[in-house]
Design a protein around this ligand. Sequence first.
Ligand code: ZN
Length: 80
Amino acid sequence: MYARMRTIRIEGKEVELIEEFPVRFACMEHVEEELDDYVNEFEAAPNTYRASSIEMDQVDKRCRVCGEPGQIALLREKGM
Ligand SMILES: [Zn+2]
């Protein structure tokens, strides 16, 4: 649902994150809502990936809104 980290692996590639921005997950139903929330809260549009492409151990990938398994990851990459 919520995580803060510096780098994550996305489809085998190491991706550097902007630390101030959390990684969040949303189901398909709530992805629009979460995109809006992210923009409102952090004043920046997140990069989005399929949740299944995010290789993180012990991370809660459930939707932040409803708790269903998240389909989309929202995060901010460095240099984007
Ligand atoms: Zn949801």
